[in-house]
Design a protein around this ligand. Structure first.
Ligand SMILES: NC(=O)c1ccc[n+]([C@@H]2O[C@H](COP(=O)([O-])OP(=O)(O)OC[C@H]3O[C@@H](n4cnc5c(N)ncnc54)[C@H](OP(=O)(O)O)[C@@H]3O)[C@@H](O)[C@H]2O)c1
Length: 337
């Protein structure tokens, strides 16, 4: 294994993705300024957001201040955002990316991802989950991933995205894109943590030059509260707590580190990038402080053995309800049951 340090990157084509980035799902616009400043001070250069997180404007405001002050340069930053499901059409990609760039106050993003293979009807920028008369979510059952990808490639040609990728796609969907694309996806962002390690899929991606970024590396402990606050049913959501795992806790104690740091260290040694979310400056700092220790071979294998396969999947896992349950009727629903 090459020695990992705070400047380590995953490369694919022209893309150089820093291995630790800041996640921002559930980070409110009010929390962003403190979080981003803490992250930049700690050494983060990779920031992950999405159109649907509704915090791109706040991120843009702070980035502008940081760039204007000369504290960082645009070239040092690695900014990722995502096309919402309501934009999953070739002709809609440009509209949504331009809207994101305007909010972020940037000329380009380093990586633009298709957020999900499941398309929804486009009812305007403010309708993130468009509803029909009976309160049903309006899915676009005619999502054509290969056509959509042509719209993504056009963003690279236009200079609005340096690299493009996909999120929440399964192996078959990644393969279909690889088999027909002009510009291959540089990155796949999927749920990945000690209980859902997706070993075969990760190795398929690596063999095909697609880097992988792990979302919810701590098992997204804040998601239940987030859904409840919005009245989204949480019944049946599988909640897992990697931070509480006894094997991880024991290894953390041995290294005089926190369980969070062991979880992140395992993932970057496993060869993927991580984007832990926090808005707490101390935890933001802690989550980047993972370059001064290494797991022994035995420790690495112990954590590798914690994989639960599909039983470890939270987002859209077996028996999940609410939004994911509704999505299942879509022909491009990606998750195995
Ligand atoms: N592509 C997709 O569909 C998708 C889906 C989900 C997530 N994501 C991306 O991946 C990022 C990370 O995933 P996530 O937000 O679901 O969950 P996560 O990073 O696994 O967990 C975040 C939660 O852990 C807490 N936390 C952070 N650092 C901690 C530490 N050192 N010790 C203890 N608790 C800690 C945070 O609270 P505090 O803020 O209070 O610290 C927050 O509640 C997202 O923010 C988003 O950028 C992408």
């Amino acid at each position: 294994m090459t020695k990992l340090d705070s400047k380590s990157v995953l490369t694919s084509g022209v893309m150089k993705m820093p291995v630790v980035g800041l996640g921002t799902w559930q980070s409110t616009p009010e929390e962003i300024d403190t979080a981003l400043n803490a992250a930049i001070d700690a050494g983060y250069r990779h920031i992950d957001t999405a159109f649907v997180y509704q915090n791109e404007s706040a991120i843009g405001t702070t980035l502008k201040k940081l760039l204007d002050s000369g504290k960082i340069t645009r070239e040092e930053l690695f900014i990722v955002t995502k096309l919402p499901g309501t934009g999953n059409r070739r002709e809609d990609v440009e509209l949504f990316l331009k809207k994101s760039l305007e909010a972020l106050q940037l000329d380009y993003v380093d990586l633009y991802l298709v957020h999900s293979p499941v398309g929804m009807v486009n009812k305007g920028f403010d309708q993130l989950f468009p509803m029909g008369e009976k309160g049903e979510i309006l899915f676009d059952m005619n999502t054509d991933l290969l056509e959509l990808w042509k719209g993504m490639e056009a963003q690279v040609d236009a200079g609005r995205a340096k690299s493009i990728g996909i999120s929440n796609f399964n192996q078959n969907q990644v393969k279909r894109i690889l088999d027909s694309c002009r510009i291959p996806p540089a990155n796949l962002q999927v749920e990945l943590h000690i209980y859902l390690q997706q070993k075969e899929f990760v190795s398929f991606c690596k063999q095909n030059g697609v880097t992988v970024c792990a979302y919810s590396p701590f098992g997204s402990p804040g998601q239940k509260a987030f859904f409840e606050k919005r009245g989204i049913p949480t019944e049946g959501i599988r909640l897992l707590f990697p931070l509480e795992d006894p094997v991880v806790k024991e290894i953390a104690e041995k290294h005089n580190k926190q369980p969070s740091q062991v979880l992140l260290r395992y993932m970057i040694e496993y060869g993927v990038a991580v984007i832990p979310k926090s808005t707490n400056p101390d935890r933001i700092k802690q989550n980047f402080d993972v370059f001064d220790f290494e797991l022994t071979k035995e420790e690495f294998e112990k954590i590798s053995a914690l994989d639960r396969g599909e039983d470890g999947r939270m987002f859209g896992g077996r028996g999940s309800q609410g939004f994911f349950n509704l999505m299942e009727s879509h022909p491009e629903y990606p998750f195995p049951k």
